[in-house]
Design a protein around this ligand. Structure first.
Ligand SMILES: Nc1nc2c(ncn2[C@@H]2O[C@H](COP(=O)(O)OP(=O)(O)OP(=O)(O)O)[C@@H](O)[C@H]2O)c(=O)[nH]1
Ligand SMILES: [Mg+2]
Length: 377
């Protein structure tokens, strides 16, 4: 998957506070000297790169960043307070250009890197500054300078290694929030996720990979039902699918009055196949992709561990025939995205699969920072 996130925003430094015109007035100094203080400097606007963010989504909701102005100076030589500086977090990998000219201004390549986009205006000097031998009582002060302002274009290019797929409500977003810094909305109803989320997973050896959580798929997705289909193109080029099945469906089926164990397990397999059919109808090639299957929400199935194990074995035994001539698959994992059970093992398996994939033909599947060529084009 290759996300090109873009945002155009306007930033401006705060206006410098005006200097003050004031004269000392005390009982014994009726015509005291000028004591107007300086205005405060306007706040600046800067950017700071962070691994905590994966996209430029935030800039869709807030496009204007004005730093506060400096305060007025006042009498008794009191300087006005400086306007506060604004620091805008952006994902590592973000490139910032001048929106009008396209000129490259900064390329954020590492966590914590900062860049000042706009300085605030300097505060005006108060009249106390302008005393001279010929001018003992200046009745003027500086107004304070205007802060810098500019329009910026932010761009971010990311490639995801893993696409998380499954029915709505299966726990895909919960999983990505468990394994990465991504913080997507999670809720107990379908179609919570409306746009893809990216998360960077850090392994103990400090190697990383990028995971994409897309909106849930439903039967008929290829005909435009639900949301997920639209986003399949984003995960078309990932090296691996993590297919999440909601384990509580097993329990729902197993606790029906006329429940039959084989049928219950058959239902789960049917759900797995529905998603695969949708993948195939979108693009046959997606069926060839390596895939790891997980049964999620196992914390809710503790009352019936045998059921889970039976389902896992049945899935394992049937995967080969379901996948037909696309047999590349792993043993199903049993996890709880909420309690964390099984997650470590899963991540190691995912990582191993990705490394294999990266060392194979498609070396392009990794987080890629924009290079010079991209910047010119
Ligand atoms: N008990 C339990 N609940 C879970 C687990 N994983 C997810 N949930 C719950 O399942 C519900 C759906 O979780 P989400 O992560 O929003 O599901 P999703 O697959 O992203 O759903 P969509 O975005 O609608 O496709 C939430 O109420 C989660 O708290 C789990 O391992 N155990
Ligand atoms: Mg979701």
């Amino acid at each position: 998957m290759r996300f090109i996130d873009e945002a155009i925003i306007r930033v401006s430094g705060g206006h410098g506070g005006p200097g003050c015109v004031s004269f000392r007035r005390e009982t014994f100094a009726p015509r005291g000297g000028p004591d107007g203080g300086d205005g405060g400097d306007g706040g600046s606007v800067s950017f700071q790169a962070t691994h905590q963010l994966g996209t430029l989504q935030d800039f869709r909701f807030k496009r204007v960043y004005d730093a506060p102005a400096g305060m007025h100076g006042s009498g008794s030589n009191k300087a006005g307070r400086d306007g506060e500086d604004i620091v805008i977090p952006v994902p590592v990998g973000t490139v910032i250009r001048d929106a009008a000219s396209g000129e490259l201004l900064v390329d954020f390549v590492k966590d914590g890197q900062t860049w000042v986009a706009c300085k605030g205006g300097r505060g005006g000097k108060g009249n106390a500054h302008f005393v001279s031998s010929t001018h003992q009582a200046p009745k003027f002060a500086q107004p304070g300078e205007v802060g810098e302002a500019r329009e910026l274009k932010l761009e971010l290019k990311l490639l995801a290694d893993v696409g998380i797929i499954g029915f709505p409500n299966a726990g895909k977003s919960t999983l990505i929030s468990r394994i990465s810094h991504a913080r997507p909305k999670i809720a107990d109803y379908p179609f919570t996720t409306l746009t893809p989320n990216l998360g960077v997973v850090q392994m103990p050896d400090l190697k990383t990979f990028v995971v994409a959580d897309i909106p849930g798929l439903v039967e008929g997705a290829h005909r435009g039902l639900g949301l997920g289909h639209k986003f399949l193109k984003h995960i078309e080029r990932t090296g691996l699918f993590l297919h999440v099945l909601d384990g509580t469906k097993l329990l729902e089926d197993a606790t029906r009055p006329d429940a039959d164990l084989d049928e219950t397990i058959e239902h789960l397999i049917e759900r797995y196949q529905i998603i695969r059919r949708e993948l195939g109808l979108f693009n046959e090639k997606l069926l060839h992709k390596p895939e790891i299957l997980v049964i999620n929400k196992v914390d809710l199935l503790e009352s019936d561990p045998q059921l889970v194990e039976k389902a896992r074995l049945a899935l394992r035994n049937r995967i080969a025939s379901i996948r037909g001539d696309h047999p590349h698959g792993q043993e199903p994992f049993v996890i709880s995205a909420v309690s964390g059970k099984g997650i470590q093992e899963l991540l190691f398996a995912v990582h191993a699969e990705i490394q294999e994939h990266r060392s194979g033909a498609r070396r392009d599947v990794r987080v890629r920072l924009p290079d010079d060529e991209d910047i010119r084009s």
